[in-house]
Design a protein around this ligand. Structure first.
Ligand SMILES: Nc1ncnc2c1ncn2[C@@H]1O[C@H](COP(=O)(O)OP(=O)(O)O)[C@@H](O)[C@H]1O
Ligand SMILES: [Mg+2]
Ligand SMILES: [Zn+2]
Length: 356
């Protein structure tokens, strides 16, 4: 991370600004009553839709129990027939006011070293089609599949197109080393001999997302997706960077970018549990920008957080407590960040007040 960004922030020149207005939501709500799992004390809660809702409270106060273990499984069961069992509750109303739920966590975007931003966003399909259309490919009779690394043909068989090999080590995370056969180039020589605008398929995968955005700027299928990745601050990541090497925060922003370019229905509920864990404040600012965009499209975001820069930026706050464990499990305050700041019952409010 650039040191000057850190300095600017510490000097207050690059602050995360408090939004001038709070969204009021679309008037519809999702209402959960009688949540009583883990330490929850028969909690009734109403989530205003079409805005950003922060869920605050000390560790162990019941945030995850209420959101991830009660609300989310109820909705996943409804929308995806998931079999995860929600913690006990009495009733839920207003599900008809949303049409899907998406948990945006920090888990990797793909399970194999061959998954990367290009495959995850789907731009790789379009890129392979461009390679198929080149004169170089035509004379060789290469089809798009030749440029795939999921099937044998054009890829290096030693590393199966990953370019790296994972060496398993006892008690330690596995280590990635370049494949000794292709030298990290993922493909066979004759595949690499095919050029699109002077670049081989491996050259394209080695481009940063920002470079690739420039290179494919005129392509109407590829450029909007790359733009979304640049917008969430991932322009520096390589297009072909293995998903196993992306940090949790990068994976999470990759998923948010995918949401930005997907045709949004404007009725999606996004759930994030402590997304700023491990993020630098410049990244937090970017993350908040993306969440604001999603809310501007009409979507609802529930974000569990301790970070005060995030809490001061939401439209509506639920403060859980008053303590962790047995002495927690209640909603002690709710309202806009300003209302929470003035609420003597809220510990979060005390910390929030000087920031507003
Ligand atoms: N699976 C579980 N079984 C029993 N108690 C649990 C379980 N998960 C969490 N708890 C307890 O419930 C309380 C609330 O936990 P949690 O919802 O994770 O809080 P938070 O997300 O606010 O940190 C804590 O006291 C925690 O120890
Ligand atoms: Mg938690
Ligand atoms: Zn190889």
């Amino acid at each position: 991370m650039n040191r000057s960004i850190t300095l600017k922030y510490l000097n207050g020149e690059d602050e995360i600004e408090v939004p001038r207005e709070r969204r009021k939501g679309n008037g519809k709500t999702l209402k959960l009553t009688g949540a009583s799992g883990n330490n929850l004390k028969d909690v009734d809660v109403e989530f205003p839709l079409g805005c950003i809702i922060g869920v605050a409270g000390v560790s162990g106060s019941g945030k995850s129990s209420l959101i991830n273990e009660t609300l989310v499984p109820i909705l996943k069961k409804k929308f995806y027939r998931s079999t995860d069992k929600p913690l006990p509750y009495k009733e839920i109303t207003g599900i008809k006011n949303i049409d899907k739920i998406i948990e945006v966590d920090q888990s990797p975007i793909g399970r194999t070293p061959r998954s990367n931003p290009a495959t995850f966003t789907g731009v790789f399909d379009d890129i392979r089609a461009l390679f198929e259309d080149t004169p170089d490919a035509k004379v060789r009779g290469f089809k798009a599949g030749r440029f795939s690394f999921n099937v044998a043909g054009g890829r290096c068989e030693e590393c199966k197109g990953a370019g790296i090999k994972l060496i398993e080590m006892n008690f330690l995370p596995s280590v990635a080393v370049p494949c000794e056969v292709c030298g990290g180039k993922r493909y066979k020589e004759d595949t690499l001999a095919v050029h699109y605008k002077g670049k081989s398929i491996n050259d394209v995968l080695e481009m940063s997302i920002a470079e690739a955005y420039g290179f494919f700027a005129k392509n109407p299928r590829i450029s909007p997706k790359l733009k979304a990745l640049v917008d969430v601050g991932l322009g520096y990541v390589k297009l072909g960077q293995s998903s196993v090497s992306l940090s949790g925060g990068e994976s999470q922003r990759m998923k948010l970018a995918a949401e930005l370019f997907r045709k949004s229905t404007g009725n999606t509920l996004y759930v994030l549990d402590e997304p700023t864990t491990g993020l630098h404040f410049a990244d937090i600012k970017t993350l908040l920008g993306v969440l604001q965009q999603l809310a501007d499209q009409g979507n609802t975001i529930i974000i569990i957080e301790h970070n005060l820069d995030v809490l001061k930026s939401v439209d509506y706050l639920l403060d859980m407590g008053p303590e962790g464990g047995r002495r927690g499990g209640r909603i002690v305050a709710k309202g806009t960040p300003e209302q929470i700041a003035d609420d003597p019952a809220s510990v979060t409010g005390k910390y929030l007040k000087p920031m507003l």
